[in-house]
Design a protein around this ligand. Structure first.
Ligand code: NDP
Length: 452
């Protein structure tokens, strides 16, 4: 059977681009890639990257206030959203061009078009062109999901957050996950009056309870009104804004309503159903350890497979696919002990088991410390940092680490290496502290706070 290319990748996000690049550059494959939107995908264009830049932008107000305490004669003016947004758009243009250059450098042929499948080897581009590929990789990512309810069309999603013409005065953020909590903090830092509504008992479900509580308390102290155990019944236009009628009986008018109630895989409409590819309960593509679907020539990586929806995981999956299929080295994408950070203010970094999950598994010791870090303490703020280690009584291994505080994302990356290597509590203790830092607390917690 004659093929036009060795690999056709559908989707130019983190996972697809990595797979295409490695297959072409290291596997000497003839690779084509189709992207219907902007190259770079969710992470680069409407996710991690612009979000993190917004996190930085939103932090300067507090920094300027702190600077005054440190002797600097400066005062924060109003935040100029349009100026920041233009700079942000220019940066995204630069990054998109860099992604294109990387693909071109690796010899990948890019099609700026939607691609669908006609059979297990035939890709059809929106313009009508057909290509036959030996292997197909679906890396189409996901999209925000807004539940159906009266007035739901008045809500926006994270996709629109980067293009707001003006900043709202009052914003409602619905959801308690990564995206809701991060945007609540970003908007609050930019001077918006923020209410966050979450249907559960505490935001950031799935993270360590103590760490969630710590983040929520700090967010509230920072000025965000978090209303848990509440859901929105309907939205309606009112008084120049959007009235949200909630289950707690409240009726409040906002200028912007952001729904961050999860994401759905972009798996439908590609033509996969007719070919025998299997789907999970959330509509995600079911794959094996090597990212292969039930159709041998079709693979899938990233959010469309709904394993762990994080950019670095999609990159690992894409790379492992390329090594397996084009490098001659069968490689499983490893989903163990994946560290992550929630870029709230304060940040939350986590790796391994929560106290609750570890307690269900085996006997544990918990080492937990909260303290006021010197930088903000000096500036007169009462912020507290949380450092927490979960330790196995039987093996002494550190099963989990949870950090809440400035730069928690940076710290957890390094803690994750030690934990991944199987470090014990005594290995942490043998490590001499770097002083004065916040992270030295990780190697100086002598007595367990509790055992269970
Ligand atoms: P999450 O799954 O993290 O959170 C969704 C939230 O919406 C939950 O609080 C959920 O409540 C709530 N929810 C779901 N359905 C409804 C509904 N019908 N009505 C009301 N509330 C609802 O999704 P996100 O959108 O925040 O993020 C998607 C994924 O993107 C994350 O899981 C993460 O993998 C990734 N991400 C990672 C980031 C990072 O690494 N820093 C940043 C942003 C995203 P409940 O808890 O009750 O289910």
């Amino acid at each position: 059977m004659a093929f036009d290319c060795d690999l056709f990748v559908i989707g130019g996000g983190s996972g697809g681009v990595r797979a295409a690049r490695i297959a072409a550059a290291e596997g000497s494959a003839n690779v084509h890639l189709a992207e219907e939107s902007r190259m770079g995908g969710t992470c680069v264009i409407r996710g991690c990257v612009p979000k993190k830049l917004m996190v930085f932008a939103s932090g300067y107000g507090e920094m300027i206030r702190d600077a005054h305490a440190y002797g600097w004669d400066v005062a924060a003016g109003p935040f100029d959203w349009p100026r920041f947004r233009h700079a942000l758009e220019a940066e995204l243009d630069r990054l998109e061009a860099a992604y294109r250059a990387t693909l071109a450098g690796a010899g990948v042929t890019v099609h700026d078009a939607r691609a669908t499948l006609e059979d297990a080897h035939t890709v059809r581009l929106a313009g009508g062109e057909r290509l036959r590929a030996r292997h197909i990789l679906v890396a189409t990512g996901g999209r925000p999901y807004v539940p159906e309810f009266p007035g739901s069309d008045l809500a926006i999603t994270s996709n629109e957050m980067f293009h707001l013409p003006t900043l709202p005065g009052r914003a409602l953020v619905v959801g308690g996950g990564y995206i809701a909590s991060e945007f609540a903090c970003i908007l609050n830092g930019m001077g918006v009056d923020v209410t966050q509504i979450y249907r559960g008992a505490q935001i950031l479900r799935g993270f360590d309870d103590e760490a969630r509580g710590h983040v929520a308390t700090a967010m509230q102290a920072g000025g965000i009104a978090i209303r848990c155990g509440t859901d929105v019944l309907r939205l309606e236009r009112a008084d120049g804004g959007i009235r949200a009628v909630a289950t707690d009986g409240s009726e409040t008018v906002f200028d912007l309503v952001l729904y961050a109630t999860g994401r759905k895989p972009n798996a439908a409409g590609i033509g996969l159903e007719a070919l025998g590819v299997e789907f999970g309960r959330s509509g995600q593509i079911v794959v094996d350890d090597y990212s292969q679907t039930a159709v041998p020539s079709i693979y899938a990586v990233g959010d469309v497979t709904g394993r762990i929806n994080l950019t670095p995981v999609a990159i690992r999956e894409g790379h492992a696919f390329a090594d397996t299929v084009f490098g001659g080295v069968p490689t499983r994408a490893d989903h163990e002990l994946v560290a992550s950070a929630v870029f709230t203010q304060p940040e939350l970094g986590a790796v391994g088991l929560t106290e609750e999950a570890a307690r269900d598994q085996e006997a544990i010791e918990v080492y937990s410390a909260t303290f006021r870090p010197m930088q903000s303490l000096f500036a007169g703020r009462s912020d507290r940092v949380l450092m927490k280690l979960i330790v196995s009584v039987a093996t002494r291994r550190v099963l989990g680490c949870h950090i809440v505080g400035p730069q928690a994302g940076e710290m957890i990356q390094l803690a994750a290496i030690a934990i991944r290597m199987g470090a014990t509590k005594e290995d942490f203790d043998r490590t001499v502290a770097v002083h004065p830092t916040m992270s030295e607390e990780l190697v100086t917690m002598r007595r367990p706070t509790r055992q269970s």
